[in-house]
Design a protein around this ligand. Sequence first.
Ligand code: HEM
Length: 465
Amino acid sequence: MFLESFLLNLAVMAILIIALTLDYVTKFFSYWYVRHIPYKSSIPFFGGDYHRVLGIRSSTEDVNILYNKYPKDKYVGRLKSRIPDLIVKDPDTLKRMLSTDFAHFHSRGLCLDKSQDVCLRDNLFYADGEKWTLLREGYESLLSTMDCSLESLSDCLPGTNGDANVQETLVKVLDKVFEDLLLGNAGGSVIKELRSAIQRRSLTERFKSYLKDIFPSLYVMFGLVTIFGEPSNKTKNEIEQSKVLSQIKNMVNAFQSGGKDKKKKPHSDVEFAYSVIASFITEGYIPCLTALTALIYELALNPEVQEKSRNSVSVHNRDEYLDVAIKEALRLHPPYSIIARQCTKMNHPEGGFLIDRKVTINVPVMALHRDEENYVNANAFNPDRFLEDEGASKHCYAYLPFGAGPRKCIGEQLALKIIRNVSKAILNKYEIEPCAKTPSQLTMVDLNFGRIVDRDIWLRFKVRA
Ligand code: HEM
């Protein structure tokens, strides 16, 4: 008798727990349906994110597929595990979210700003709230003193005549550019160390990167670090002698005097500087490397564009031809294919639907750039479209390689200067052609800290007379 009632109670409790859990994980399943937004169907625990969680599709692939599946709609919804997530296709709505209503969408919603990872803490990209405001001011003053000069860049280029690995050639120049920007004469091993660690693709690093992307709160909870914890003594010495340290000390002071959280133990100047230098590598070096690889590849495949870029001069007081070639490479192969935002204050746009707090927003940069509605013959590499008004997009929010609004890329001008100067040095020194090992398409993968070209690109570099 006792056993029977005990088993009955146990069964009732189990059913109750299962019902409550199911109710919790499926709470938002009809969220997009009731709002008349087309959406990806969901399954319990994974929501609509099962392709990404199971590693079948990358974030970019999933967003691109959903973008193209509903050609006439302005939005597509899905659930990320159980949180509503919106892909915004309409450039006017994007303008509102990124610029006009920025106060409602200032966060990236990545939950990583409390991480102990040296590449994430004190990194402007991941920061939120007051920390973001203070860091943004500090980065702005740091960047205002930086410049990338064309001199001596060609000395870093190898004199070899023949087939070469594009990424290997580019890192020789970019290592020098970032050493000059950040360290001056203090050596450069910290740049190489950080860059090669980010490029490292061991299984553990891949797993940590996956966790950071899919379950960021677990990544923070377990105190994981993607690359390395603390700087070595050699690195510390280099940073102590670096040219940016004095400015970074001012940033630390602003943090201590401006921050609300005064009780929190601040990092030492050198540790803080290490975080800032790491963010220049993750947010600056890596996208510049991706953009330059794409540009050099497209120039090799399009010899006429290459020749025009080499001889480029201002056309009708507009950009030099090389600049429009760079613009076009960033359109076709944007290093950031998606930009994320989170709604932090309920938003009700005119004529639109109510967007609740915590809903995450995806800006589908790559899909917008390759949409025939926005660009004629969108998949072709054609820099001329930026010389003709009718060829380029009708809406400036359909071209977002650097994002837009108060949180847009802070290094845009520096990045464009680096890409222009490095590509000028290459074009002055070499004629570039495809070779037997050149792939017919440039494919990219989302990995660790960004989007990178997924394999080595080989081209023929012929030294010019
Ligand atoms: C081709 C090169 C680059 C591309 C395509 C690129 C693109 C972007 C994009 C799309 C964002 C997000 C913008 C948004 O949320 O609206 C961003 C943010 C950022 N970028 Fe860049 N970037 C490049 C180079 C650089 C460089 C050289 C730096 C050097 C400092 C840099 C530093 C940053 C930082 C710190 C942020 C975070 C800004 C914030 O959250 O306030 N980027 N970048």
